[in-house]
Design a protein around this ligand. Structure first.
Ligand SMILES: C[S@@+](CC[C@H](N)C(=O)[O-])C[C@H]1O[C@@H](n2cnc3c(N)ncnc32)[C@H](O)[C@@H]1O
Length: 454
């Protein structure tokens, strides 16, 4: 129960099932007392609906879920599970509601509750009537209970018409592939042989992969330590261990003292490809939260590394990462494209430009991006990426190497971007190019390693 007594001083006794509900801004609700048990599915559905409504109002899921930060860990985990699952099913729930509702539902939270409940019914079919009852109880907390009858009717109709609705959804491209139409069309054009596999990977739960800090242990040694604890893992790449089942980081031996980091195997390719020589002067231009910065420092001897990020809050996370791993770098909050504001005029031997992008290669980790992105965002990202490349290139010494990286699967941000850059900079020699499409083992990434001709 979320009403467990705090240690000291003793809290005043509160009625067991009374809690204050604070809806996220813009979700269409106001603070109100709730009578739902804190460990009930109804409460979880209600909070998930509020997070989903926040996303549909334009906020990130992380922000939407932070609103419930005071809930106990088990409740937060259950709410996140429902919200992530519901948002992964882009288009599916809207398709179902399009069939089940006579007219559009104008209340964002009630609409989100229906989406979350439909998702729960699909993923928890053994106990369908409990889900319906709990959804109706959650609806009692929205708009004074005005939608209780509607929620009950819609969900029961869904159960009655399940097979016919499922067959119709299978014929609808957005409902079936659970991505926006423009996204599907773009992938189909870019990857005629692979678009379905890319979409399927985007809908699957992501793998959990560790990067072993090779200053402290070999992957084989660390794998043996995991096995001794009953945590199964298999080697992946130079320093990676892919866990068979995700675990909390607290369960990983010596995580707090830097033995391992959680980093996707695709992301681990960055430091391996840039591979700066010992003692190099390195710029990590878009560095937060510092995963690739740390990997560069773990691999490279005596690097003189400057890590920049435009976002002050995220930059603080680079410091946290380096502190945990016992690594050192200069860290600054700066717009890497406004070079005059931060560059001391000394050229870099190696630059990592892990630029802001659509994150279409990591959509399974951030399903809210399917709802938040617009097709026009891709052109906007491409303009920003080009500006960053143009600003950083003069900072590289002749013979130096720049690794351009995105976690996107859209060519405008990747090969198309680099082709256009090489027309503007004929002295940029492409040493290597890889487009990793997301799969069971890694997320989607693009890398282009460029060398400045001497
Ligand atoms: C893909 S993330 C970087 C991930 C990071 N390299 C890692 O491996 O942990 C892109 C980062 O670029 C930052 N960013 C966006 N525009 C920037 C700019 N003009 N200058 C510096 N950082 C920028 C964002 O704040 C974000 O943290």
């Amino acid at each position: 129960m979320s009403t467990a007594s705090p240690p000291s001083p003793p809290a005043p006794t509160r009625p067991r099932f009374t809690r204050i509900v604070r809806a996220p801004e813009g979700a269409g609700s106001r603070s109100a007392p709730s009578a739902l048990p804190g460990d009930s599915l109804a409460w979880q559905l209600l909070l998930a609906a509020r997070a989903i409504a926040a996303v549909r109002a334009g906020r990130s899921l992380t922000e939407g879920l932070q609103t419930f930060g005071a809930e106990p860990p088990a409740t937060r985990a259950a709410v996140a599970d429902i919200a992530y699952g519901t948002l992964r099913r882009y288009g599916w729930g809207d398709f179902m509601l399009g069939r089940l509702l006579q007219k559009a539902l104008p209340h964002p939270e009630a609409h989100a509750l229906l989406l979350a409940s439909l998702h729960r019914l699909e993923t928890w079919p053994a106990d369908r009537h409990t889900v319906v009852d709990q959804a109706v109880a959650a609806a009692g907390e929205i708009a004074g209970g005005a939608f209780r009858g509607l929620v009950n009717g819609v969900l029961r109709n869904y159960l009655r018409q399940h097979d016919a609705l499922a067959a119709a959804a299978a014929d609808d491209v957005v409902a079936a592939w659970q991505h926006p139409r423009w996204w599907i069309d773009k992938l189909r054009r870019a990857w005629p042989a692979d678009w379905q596999a890319v979409l399927a990977a985007g809908n699957a739960p992501p793998p959990m992969t560790l990067r072993v800090n090779r200053c402290l242990a070999t992957p084989a040694d660390y794998r043996a330590r995991l096995a001794a604890l009953g945590i199964e893992a298999r080697p992946l790449g130079e320093s990676g261990l892919r866990l068979v089942r995700p675990v909390a980081v607290d369960a990983l031996p010596d995580f707090a003292t830097g033995a391992v980091s959680v980093q996707d195997a695709g992301a681990q390719r960055a430091a391996e490809l840039l591979d700066p020589a010992p003692g190099s002067r390195v710029l990590d231009a878009c560095a937060a939260p510092g995963g690739k910065t740390a990997h560069l420092l773990e691999r490279g001897e005596n690097l003189d590394l400057l890590a920049l990020d435009i976002d002050g809050v995220r930059t603080a996370r680079i410091e946290d990462t380096l502190r945990r791993l016992g690594l050192r770098a200069s860290v600054r909050v700066a717009d890497c494209a406004t070079v005059d504001a931060w560059w001391d005029g000394r050229p870099f031997d190696a630059i990592l430009a892990d630029v802001p992008c659509s994150a279409s290669g990591v959509v399974r980790r951030h399903p809210d991006s399917k709802w938040l992105r617009r097709e026009s965002d891709i052109r906007r990202f491409a303009r920003t990426q080009a500006a960053i490349l143009d600003a950083l290139w003069p900072l590289l010494r002749p013979g130096g190497r720049l690794l351009y990286a995105t976690c996107s699967v859209f060519p405008e941000e990747n090969a198309g971007q680099i082709d256009a850059f090489r027309v503007r900079q004929p002295g940029a020699v492409r040493l290597h190019e890889t487009q990793l499409l997301p799969c069971d083992d890694h997320d989607g990434f693009y890398y282009a390693l460029l060398q400045k001709s001497a």
